[in-house]
Design a protein around this ligand. Structure first.
Ligand code: UDP
Length: 309
């Protein structure tokens, strides 16, 4: 029998890779997306596309798998839309958990390394509870993700639903938007470097992130979604390789052979100072680890951006 997968946010950066993989594996795929952060349609014609806010979506179809990816992950964007940001990761999570419960589906929740907030344990393991300001400017995103994780666990404990939670850490690659408030740091720096413009480092550039290439992310996510016996597991999907944002800017200039200069802008409010993933759990549960170096991933993304522009 053909397996059926629902992907919310399936037109987005991460969701679109999951959709493509599932179609290649012979799944039937339904995508729900309101296109609120999209600049183009990525849904392949073999998938069914429903344009709708996830918190308003209803459906009697039976699914084998439900993956909830609808979110506004870019800080500058979600700070402008805190209410929408919270709704897709509260009411939207409730809606999709109900659909999964009715179908007795496996439910995959795309959480975020943001649940750790300004972490004091680096690299951060899953059992670090986080240091998050519940009323700060990032709270619409962080607390939405934290609430959703708690709701997933509530559905697991009360109804026995097979839920799996991933916490991706700064995934990047082709298809990511580089423009305006949607541009996360890698596509933004790459497009600035390719255009010969100044690279805009916020603060002193000593803040860190660890970056994961999207193909590596997809491999881990597919295993987390489909491998039997992973109910109630919470897994970091990221890289332990901690990089300063200023070093990233210099590496981008190097791989693009750009003559761009670096300019320093005011720091972003509540920008976490350090972030890197402890992936011990992903290594053992998913037999996985990242394979793409940052330099290689940056080159591939730069090539895509040059072709796309
Ligand atoms: N950043 C930067 N310049 C930019 C965009 C981002 O210096 O033009 C920094 C930002 O301050 C943060 C890091 O890069 O420390 C990652 O930002 P991003 O927007 O990619 O996402 P975050 O990891 O904060 O959610």
């Amino acid at each position: 029998m053909v397996e059926r997968l629902l992907v919310t946010g399936g037109n987005g950066f991460l969701g679109s890779y999951l959709v493509e993989k599932a179609l290649n594996q012979g799944f039937e795929v339904v995508v729900v997306d309101d296109l609120s952060t999209s600049s183009c349609i990525n849904v392949p014609k073999d998938a069914k596309f429903v344009r709708c806010k996830v918190e308003e979506f209803s459906d009697d179809t039976r699914y084998d798998f439900v993956a909830h990816f609808a979110a506004r992950p870019s800080p500058e964007d979600y700070m402008k839309h805190p209410v929408e940001t919270m709704l897709s990761n509260s009411l939207g999570t409730l809606r999709t958990l109900e659909i999964a419960k009715r179908s007795n589906a496996v439910y995959l929740y795309a959480s975020s390394s943001e649940v750790y907030g300004d972490a004091s344990v680096i690299p951060t393991p899953e059992d670090y509870f986080g240091y998050v300001n519940p009323v700060g400017v990032r709270s619409c995103y962080d607390e939405g993700k934290r609430f959703s994780e708690a709701l997933c666990m509530a559905y697991h404990r009360q109804f026995g639903l097979d839920v799996r939670i991933e916490r991706p850490f700064n995934v990047y690659g082709p298809r990511m938007r580089a423009d305006g408030v949607y541009g996360r740091v890698i596509p933004r720096f790459l497009s600035q470097a390719l255009a010969g413009k100044e690279l805009t480092v916020h603060g002193d550039g000593n803040q860190t992130r660890s970056f994961l290439f999207v193909h590596d992310w997809l491999e881990a996510t597919w295993t987390l979604l489909t491998k039997p016996g992973l109910s109630a597991q919470v897994v970091n999907i990221g890289s332990p390789n901690e990089v300063k944002i200023l070093e990233l800017a210099k590496l981008v200039i190097k791989v693009t052979k750009s003559s761009s200069k670096i300019v320093f802008l005011p720091p972003r409010p509540e920008d976490p100072r350090r972030r890197a993933a402890d992936i011990t759990r992903a290594r053992s549960l998913l037999s996985w680890e990242p394979r793409t170096s940052l330099e290689e991933g940056l080159k591939t993304t730069a090539e895509w951006l040059s072709r796309a522009s």
